[in-house]
Design a protein around this ligand. Structure first.
Ligand code: ZN
Length: 487
């Protein structure tokens, strides 16, 4: 079951064609550094894609890049550079952030400026069908009143919209609620030739044109932040359905907004947290866990203490996992095995799926995964080796759906050290890192070599034997003596 903004209820989801889910997520407008509000939305899309894949669907999904827009042009003017330079700079930042958060790569990442011919074709079609009109100055507007179902996504009424809308100076709209499909070129702005003179596309039309180009006229899922429901997605529906006469997207998936201690995050309040600032302090799995600990449709709060607590939850799960993995590597002495193990395992997996099937209830799914790691830890001495192996594999697989618990002990230690954090919360007892014991081992080896030189072999051999018992192997060769920790 997936909540559909269009019908305002949870519906059973299955793709329209074959086993392939066709999805489109509105990507970034590359005008500034990505912030944690973006991270939250993109993590939600990512988990939807991961879960669909986990359930055996093929997912073909697109995340576009809006690389021409009023704000990009404004910023470029301020910095006295071209809008393309601004777009490129923040696109690269977005890409780095997306990779750092381990978001799955979209199948295609189309840019608005790379699809001007497709956009022009679509606008032409809308004019031909009588849904759009041109103005003297070379703008093209969508005639909202011609599309009878306008407002069906956001629940807005035309009469109310009209009451709140004004025609700005210089606009030649028939109706204040009409929106621009094509904007006539202004001096110094990027522009492309079109049947209506030089200009550039409006924001909404790019998504319709690129969706149809790569995914067809009716797609399975269209997603974005809740702030895009109106006007962006409402307008996408109007122009797409007016052009094709077919439903544009079957499911509309919207992610709730971010609150900074109850406030909106905004430039004017000066409380914007860039993704890289969050990543400097916390690893990507902590940030992901913060995002999934709130249901994707609800508003999410952000403050630093919240991330601190989130990291503790993650470390708790990791410490159980690492303890179990250590148990496998050292000798696992138990000959016992838990009788109802398979049943328990099945229950955890079934409960996890049940939570995720219920409109991606990630907080609940996370709770089940926590119980699963707790179960593993508290039953370590009663589980057989292969049971421990199976449990670890399953926990890591379910973790993959949420994008957490994917690190090895060494990777986790590295992530924490890089941020100057305490690692004692995650390392299993008796864990030795080669860095810690190196000076001592070098000393012991030097003493042993001296003993051998003086032909006191029995003592030299006993040192080697004692080290072996501790799990440290010595290898003598012409180049000297090397040591390694045996796993
Ligand atoms: Zn869009």
């Amino acid at each position: 079951m997936l909540y559909n903004t269009l019908t305002r209820k949870k519906e059973v989801f299955a793709p329209l064609k074959n086993n392939i889910v066709r999805a489109y997520f509105c990507g970034p407008t590359v005008q500034d550094s990505p912030h944690i509000g973006h991270a939250r939305a993109f993590i939600a899309f990512d988990i939807l894609v991961r879960y669909l894949k986990f359930r055996g669907y093929k997912v073909f999904f697109i995340r576009n890049v809006t690389d021409i827009d009023d704000k990009i042009i404004e910023k470029a003017k301020k910095e006295n550079v071209t809008p393309f330079e601004i777009a490129h700079r923040y696109y690269l930042e977005f890409l780095h952030a997306a990779d750092a958060l381990k978001l799955l790569h979209p199948n295609i990442e189309p840019f608005a400026t790379g699809h001007i011919p497709e956009i022009i074709e679509l606008i032409k079609k809308l004019i031909d069908k009588g849904f759009a009109y041109t103005t003297k100055s070379g703008d093209v507007y969508f005639d909202v009143l011609k599309f009878k179902e306008y407002g069906k996504l956001s629940g807005q009424r035309i009469s109310e919209l009209k009451a709140g809308a004004r025609i700005k100076p210089g606009e030649e709209k028939k109706n204040p609620i009409d929106f621009a499909l094509w904007k006539a070129a202004k001096p110094g702005e990027p522009s492309w030739p079109s049947p209506w003179g030089r200009g550039r596309p409006g924001w909404h039309i790019e998504c319709s044109a690129m969706t149809m180009k790569y995914l067809g006229e009716t797609i399975d899922i269209h997603g974005g932040g809740a702030d895009l429901i109106f006007p962006h997605h409402e307008n996408e529906i109007a122009q797409s359905e007016a052009a094709t006469g077919k439903p544009f997207a079957r499911f509309w998936f919207h992610v709730g907004l971010l609150r900074m201690r109850g406030d909106k995050m905004s430039k004017s309040l000066g409380n914007i947290v860039p993704i890289f600032e969050a990543l400097r302090r916390y690893d990507h799995e902590t940030i992901r866990l913060w995002a999934i600990n709130t249901h994707y449709r609800k508003p999410i709060d952000f403050y630093w203490d919240l991330l601190e607590n989130t990291e503790k939850i993650l470390d708790d799960m990791y410490s159980s996992l690492f303890l179990a993995e250590q148990q496998l590597e050292t000798e696992h002495k138990t000959t016992e095995s838990l009788n109802d193990f398979n049943e328990r395992l099945r229950d955890f997996i079934a409960e996890f799926k049940k939570a995720m099937n219920d409109d991606l209830n990630t907080p609940k799914a996370l709770g089940i995964l926590r119980d699963f790691t707790e179960f593993l830890k508290s039953n370590l001495n009663r589980l057989s080796k292969s049971q421990i192996e199976t449990a670890i594999k399953e926990i890591r697989e379910l973790g993959w759906v949420l994008g957490i618990l994917q690190m090895s002990l060494e990777e986790r230690i590295q992530e924490k050290r890089r941020r100057g954090k305490d690692i004692s919360t995650i390392v299993p007892p008796n864990y030795i890192e080669s860095g810690d014991i190196k000076p001592f081992l070098d000393l012991i080896i030097a003493v042993r070599n001296e003993l051998r030189k003086r032909k006191i072999f029995d003592l030299a051999d006993s040192i080697r034997e004692r080290l072996k018992q501790m799990g440290i192997a010595l290898e003598d060769s012409k180049e000297g003596t090397k040591w390694r920790i045996k796993k």
